[in-house]
Design a protein around this ligand. Sequence first.
Ligand code: UT7
Length: 329
Amino acid sequence: MTTPTAAITGIAGYLPDYILTNEELSQMVETSDEWITSRTGIKERHILKEPHAGTSVMGAKAVEALLKKTNTKPEEIDVLLCCSVTPDMLFPATANIICDKVGVLNAWGYDINAGCSGFLFSLTTAARFIETGKYKKIIVVAAEKMSSITDYTDRTTCPLFGDAAVAVLVEPNHEGLGLIDEILHVDGVGRKYLYQKAGGSKYPPTEETVRNREHFIHQDGQAVFKFAVSRMADTAAEMMEKHNLTAGEIAYLIPHQANLRIIDATGKRMGLSSDKVLINIAHYGNTSAVSIPLVLMDYEKQFKKGDTLIFAAFGAGFTWGAQYYKWAY
Ligand code: UT7
């Protein structure tokens, strides 16, 4: 039998009810709707407000919705991968907690931390499992409570991030659809520009780390911007060259939603018209690992079987990459 490809066969998500608008943010820090919109393209973001509700709450809701939508029993799942930079706790893995919450009893799994590229890294991991022939049903759930590590006194980062969770079911495909190829990279130089300093083994929590606000995201926006534009655009273009794909053959680019200007630059570099570049950043902000599957979820009805999609991401680490994907339903 030929090796199957790995294809997404269903997608569902969960967005917390509370919507934090640019207007409300403007009352919290010195900023404006005009600045945030023109510099990022973000208008509003969802925030999980319930006390002591972690990322797994949203992840579990997304997985429950996925199981229902795809008519899948939780016991049928072989592996569950959770991509997140905001796990409930350092350990155990949020994947385990989600499995427990939704009754995924026959699976194993773990968390994948690859910043905003987390979904690409996780989908590739799931694909390698599927290609062995041993695993038939894998859930990749991207879930982020970015508000838990966002400093709402820092105007340079607090407008950027939002909370969300989206889960996909990944199954073997025998028609050559699904994930065709990936180009993925890491470069640890990025740890200087985008990080959460304290809370891990290097800087465990102390009164000082809390006082210095070191448990929040720190970002050198301009440096990250420069890396993101070149790496994301170059890798997406490299994927096109590798497979002799013309702009006309690409149905849509699904870019990580960090900044409208980075997205536009990537689309231009690939020679795509703007209608082929899918965007939803205005309503969610940067949801880190969730942003690519959140675009897939929002545009699911628009895709046709066989559509050629390019996924492209850039994130903390640095991590970045592109995937060549053929929509399977
Ligand atoms: O998803 C993971 C990867 N992350 C990214 O890809 C993010 C990449 N970076 C970016 O998207 C952009 O760098 C930001 C959106 C974060 C910032 O945009 P920018 O155009 O690079 O702005 P900047 O940091 O250069 O700041 C320009 C000015 C500064 O004032 P001065 O020094 O020119 O007087 C800032 O102090 O804007 C000021 N500023 C603000 N003003 C009003 C910074 N934040 C704000 C704010 N409201 N919220």
